[in-house]
Design a binder for this molecule. Structure first.
Ligand code: HGY
Ligand code: MN
Ligand code: MN
Length: 418
C-alpha cells in the first residue's frame, strides 16, 4: 500500500479558523443553527471555495450541499466524504466543521497533485445534523438515504415558531449557483472524519479512532398536563401540579436507567412549562428525553419502561401524560473493509489507533444503510463537545485529515465496495 499525497495542514487550520468565525461566540465556540443566516454563510463560503478550485457545486431538496471533483469514469457512483456545518447553540468549532473542511482539504490535495481518481470524489455537507433547532437530527442524511422527508416535517417549528419548511426554502434560495440534484444519488462508499466527542482516545493515548459502528438514538417528547392554579391558595390535596410530576418522573429515571445499565444513556436536555409565572402552579410541562443504547432492543424496552413509569407517576399526581417520538435511529455497523483500510493507513503513518463504537450519532449512520460507510475519530480535549471549550490539537486535526485522504484513495482501489 503506497501512501497518498501529503495534505496541507496550514490550509486546513486556516479554514477551520475562517469557518469558526461564522457564528463565532465570545467564549470561542460556535452558534451556527441549522438553516440559519450563519449556516447559509458557511455554506456559501464552502461553495465559493469549491468553485474556485473548479469543483461543481450541487444541492438537493434537503439542502445537502455537494462539491464534486471529477474522476476518470464519471458515470460510476462517486466516493463521498464529508460531515456537517450546523452546530449546537453552545457548540464547538470542530463538531462537523472538521470533517467537512477535512473533506475539502482532501479534494484540494488531489487537485494540487493532479491525481486522477477512478470515479468522482464528492464532499457533502449534510443539512441539520444536530437536530437542536429542528428535530430530527441527521435530517439531511436521513432524507438522502430514505428519499423522503420525515412525517410531519412541514409542521416542524423551532423555539421561536419559525417553520423548518420556510428556513429550508430560504437556504436553498441563498445558493442560486448550486445546481439542483435529485435526492439519494448513489455513492460507492462514504467516510466521515469527526471528533470523538468523548474521552476514550485521549485517555488511551490514541490519535486515530477506527469507528466500527454507532449506537441507536431515540428522542422522546413528554407532555405532562395538570391544572393551572394559584400558588398561595391551593392546598396540596387540590393540586394537579405538572412541574411536580415532571420532576418526580425525571428523578426516578435518573435514579434507575443509567445506574442499572452502563451502556444506557438518558438525558433530559430541554424543559418548558406553562404559564411560567412565579406564583402560578404549572399547568403543562414538556420535556425531552434523549435515549441511547448500542442494542436497539434495549431502547425499545427502556422506552416501554419510561412510558409505564411516567403514566404511574402522572396518575398519582392527578395529571395526564403523553409521549411522542421525535427521532429514532437504529444502531449502525460500518463496513469491515473500510475500517480495515482506515486502520492500516493510520498505522502506516505511525498513528496510534483504537477501534471503537460511537456514542454520538452521525450522518454516517444513514450512509451505512446505502452502502459501505465508516468513520475516523480524532480526540478532543477532555472529551468535551457540544461545549464552547471544544478543542482539537492542530496535529490531531491534521492527522485525521491525512488518514481521510489516504483511506479515500485506498478505498477507491477496492472497486465495488460491497
Ligand atoms: O447528538 C448527537 O449525537 C450528535 O452529536 N448530534
Ligand atoms: Mn457532529
Ligand atoms: Mn454535534
Amino acid at each position: 500500500m503506497t501512501l497518498g499525497p501529503t495534505i496541507d495542514g496550514g490550509r486546513l487550520l486556516a479554514r477551520l479558523d475562517a469557518f469558526a468565525a461564522i457564528g463565532g461566540t465570545p467564549a470561542g465556540g460556535v452558534n451556527r443553527p441549522a438553516l440559519s443566516v450563519e449556516d447559509r454563510a458557511a455554506r456559501a463560503l464552502l461553495a465559493r471555495l469549491g468553485a474556485a478550485r473548479g469543483f461543481s457545486v450541487f444541492q438537493d431538496a434537503a439542502a445537502n450541499l455537494f462539491l464534486r471533483r471529477s474522476g476518470a469514469d464519471n458515470d460510476r457512483p462517486p466516493f463521498m466524504i464529508g460531515s456537517h456545518l450546523d452546530s449546537q447553540p453552545t457548540g464547538g468549532r470542530y463538531d462537523g466543521a472538521l470533517g467537512t473542511l477535512a473533506a475539502l482539504e482532501v479534494l484540494e490535495t488531489l487537485e494540487d497533485n493532479g491525481i486522477v481518481t477512478a470515479s468522482a470524489v464528492e464532499l457533502v455537507a449534510w443539512t441539520n445534523e444536530e437536530g437542536s433547532r429542528f428535530s430530527p437530527g441527521a435530517f439531511g442524511s436521513q432524507v438522502h438515504a430514505t428519499g423522503v422527508f420525515p412525517d410531519g416535517w412541514q409542521d416542524t417549528v423551532d423555539g421561536n415558531g419559525i417553520r423548518l419548511a420556510d428556513e429550508l426554502a430560504a437556504t436553498l434560495a441563498a445558493l442560486p449557483e448550486a445546481i439542483e440534484r435529485p435526492l439519494g444519488l448513489p455513492a460507492a462508499g462514504y467516510i466521515e472524519l469527526h471528533i470523538e466527542q468523548g474521552p476514550l482516545l485521549e485517555r488511551q493515548g490514541a490519535l486515530i479512532g477506527v469507528v466500527e459502528g454507532i449506537q441507536g438514538t431515540r428522542w422522546l417528547e413528554v407532555v405532562i398536563e395538570g391544572q393551572v392554579a394559584h400558588a398561595g391558595t391551593t392546598p396540596l390535596a387540590d393540586r394537579r401540579d405538572a412541574m411536580a410530576v415532571a420532576a418526580a418522573i425525571i428523578a426516578r429515571l435518573q435514579a434507575t436507567v443509567m445506574p442499572s445499565d452502563s451502556d444506557a444513556r438518558l438525558t433530559v436536555g430541554r424543559l418548558t412549562l406553562v404559564p411560567g409565572a412565579v406564583n402560578v402552579i404549572p399547568g403543562e410541562v414538556t420535556f425531552s428525553i434523549d435515549l441511547r443504547h448500542p442494542n436497539g432492543g434495549e431502547i425499545d424496552r427502556l422506552e416501554a419502561e419510561i412510558g409505564a413509569l411516567a403514566a404511574e407517576t402522572a396518575a398519582s399526581g392527578g395529571c395526564r401524560v403523553s409521549l411522542r417520538r421525535s427521532m429514532d435511529v437504529a444502531p449502525a455497523h460500518f463496513d469491515d473493509r473500510l475500517t480495515g483500510i482506515i486502520q492500516s493507513v493510520a498505522e502506516k503513518r505511525g498513528f496510534p489507533t483504537r477501534r471503537m463504537f460511537s456514542g454520538a450519532f452521525h450522518d454516517a449512520l444513514f450512509m451505512a444503510r446505502l452502502g459501505p460507510a465508516a468513520m475516523i475519530f480524532v480526540p478532543c480535549r477532555n472529551g468535551l463537545s457540544h461545549n464552547e471549550a471544544e478543542y482539537v490539537e492542530p496535529h490531531q486535526a491534521i492527522a485525521g485529515t491525512q488518514v481521510l485522504c489516504d483511506a479515500t484513495l485506498e478505498a477507491m482501489q477496492l472497486g465495488k465496495h460491497r
